[in-house]
Design a protein around this ligand. Structure first.
Ligand code: ZN
Length: 511
């Protein structure tokens, strides 16, 4: 029989570091847990609009969500993850203005604006996106990638429910959500409808009842005697993508309803984590919340909302107009390993804007390859150093502080009291979250690593004079004759050998 006092002591001792995440809903750090008896985290990540190749800024989002998934798994949660693919209906502005991105893509590629071409182009860029994820060591077989065009019926059904319940109304150019019927509109991130500033920036749309109202369905160019006034779906070059049938007229879903409908179809009416870029907070995510909560009558739509800060390149916003866009293929073409980019992202907190420069990528590559060198060459069979393991995981659990975790990991690597086998075990343990694929075969990384550090050589197979110098150096180190030890190291290096020391052993590399 257990006494209560022992039980509570046991609970304290057995308790792992709680997982804390910054929740944009409530704008504070909160402990993440699942309501009993749930065991699986239902996570929805706003995905790419596939009208072009995703640049490194877009891709950073999915390294963030993959890291989040790995941290959840380290905390013994199961994860059901969805990344949606927007292959229809996303305008260049997140509000109902600008050009349709997919139509713009067709125009750029000189393709006729037909539905078939649009979906074909979407598949082309989806496949490049999935290859990029694989290059960043994101295992795509665990993730569901629903295409918006495959969920039109679910979207139409959700809009019909909203119209029926009085939360939406058909208008001249589409069907709109009535934000005045949902008083909590704009609560995410503390952005309320009166602060949207839409009226100040954008001409009043006479088809809306309130300026914050947003389109759920947009009519095609020839339908209902006029195209969607803001979006120009399919009408950019005078052509017409006919779109899909709906009770209100032929047309296209709005970008926001796609996410609400796919999240519901794939994960259920209420989910645990929803992610996106910080630019999604003001409009896209507040719109998703309004639609989902009004359609299902259940609150909250998502318990946690997590947002990644932007990536800049050379201190500037990534934009084609200023010509600074970098793709993962550029990183690879310049001879960098793609996981060096993953390492670079891990080196900064996800809520801090990261500045990408080629110099910073070079430094990240050196660090990444050093970890690879340890995984490839240090002896197997060591125990994970418990003190460092605790520190590293504590950082991961504190709102995904990967930079802090890397800091603790490098301290461990430099700790001369640890054996090389222990260091290797510690590095591989941290890699469960870092996702640098260190424990698995990666020929490209291993080759790059050999170019940087040389090939590992067993001491017994070294020339006799080098072996003698290593022995003399070990004696000097034991006697704490550091100057003599350093001199011998330099002499050995002059012969083309590099030494990596711990207190117990030395590993030798030949350049
Ligand atoms: Zn979304």
């Amino acid at each position: 029989m257990q006494f209560p006092i022992f039980r509570s002591l046991w609970n304290i001792l057995a308790r792992r570091t709680p997982l804390i995440s910054y929740n944009t809903l409530g704008t504070s750090k909160q402990e993440f847990n699942l309501p009993a008896p749930a065991k699986t985290v239902r996570m929805y990540n706003c995905g790419p609009t596939v009208y072009d190749i995703q640049h490194i800024g877009n891709l950073s989002m999915f390294v963030f969500t993959d890291t989040l998934r790995k941290v959840l798994e380290c905390n013994n949660f199961k994860v059901k993850q969805v990344i949606n693919i927007t292959d229809v209906g996303h305008l260049t502005s997140d509000s109902d203005e600008g050009e349709d991105k997919m139509t713009k893509g067709l125009e750029r590629e000189g393709l006729e604006p037909t539905l078939e071409n649009m979906l074909g182009m979407g598949e082309k860029y989806t496949s490049i996106f999935l290859d990029d994820l694989k290059n960043l060591n994101i295992r795509t077989e665990h993730i569901s990638f629903p295409r918006a065009s495959g969920y039109i019926r679910a979207q139409v059904a959700m809009i019909a429910t909203l119209v029926e319940k009085g939360f939406a109304y058909p208008s001249q150019d589409g069907v709109y959500f009535d934000t005045s019927r949902y008083p909590a509109y704009g609560a995410l991130g503390g952005i309320h409808s009166e602060n949207q500033g839409e009226g100040a920036r954008i001409a009043t749309n006479k088809n809306k009842r309130n300026q914050a109202d947003f389109a759920l369905w947009k009519f095609s160019a020839s339908s209902k005697g006029g195209s969607f006034s803001g979006g120009k779906v399919g009408s950019a070059s005078g052509g017409n993508i006919t779109g899909w049938d709906s009770p209100w007229g032929k047309g296209f879903p709005g970008w926001h309803i796609e996410c609400s409908a796919m999240a519901r179809a794939e994960l259920g009416e209420q989910i645990d984590i929803h992610t996106g870029g910080i630019e999604h907070i003001a409009i896209h995510h507040n719109n998703e919340i309004a639609q989902s909560e009004c359609a299902t009558g259940r609150k909250p739509f998502s318990r946690f909302w997590m947002h990644r800060a932007h990536i800049q390149i050379d201190g500037k916003k990534i934009a084609k107009s200023i010509g600074n866009v970098v793709y993962l293929s550029d990183v690879i073409a310049r001879g960098y390993h793609p996981l060096s980019f993953r390492y670079l992202l891990l080196g900064a907190h996800y809520r801090t804007p990261l500045n990408f420069t080629w110099e910073a990528l070079g430094a990240a590559e050196k660090a990444f390859l050093r970890l690879r060198m340890i995984a490839d060459n240090y002896p197997t069979g060591g125990n994970v150093p418990a003190r460092y393991q605790k520190r590293v995981h504590k950082r991961f659990n504190d709102d995904l502080d990967t930079a802090g975790a890397l800091g603790a990991l490098w301290e461990m690597i430099k700790d001369s009291k640890l054996s090389h086998a222990q260091i290797r075990a510690g590095v591989l343990d941290a890699d469960k979250v870092l996702g640098l694929n260190l424990g698995a075969i990666d020929q490209k990384a291993t080759e790059a690593c050999k170019r940087m550090f040389g090939r590992k050589v067993e001491i017994q197979s070294l020339p006799e004079n080098v072996q003698t110098m290593i022995d003399e150096r070990n004696v000097a180190r034991e006697r704490k004759e550091w100057e003599q030890a350093d001199l011998l190291r330099k002499n050995i290096e002059n012969l083309g050998y590099v030494l990596e020391d711990s207190a117990q052993e030395t590993t030798v590399f030949q350049k």
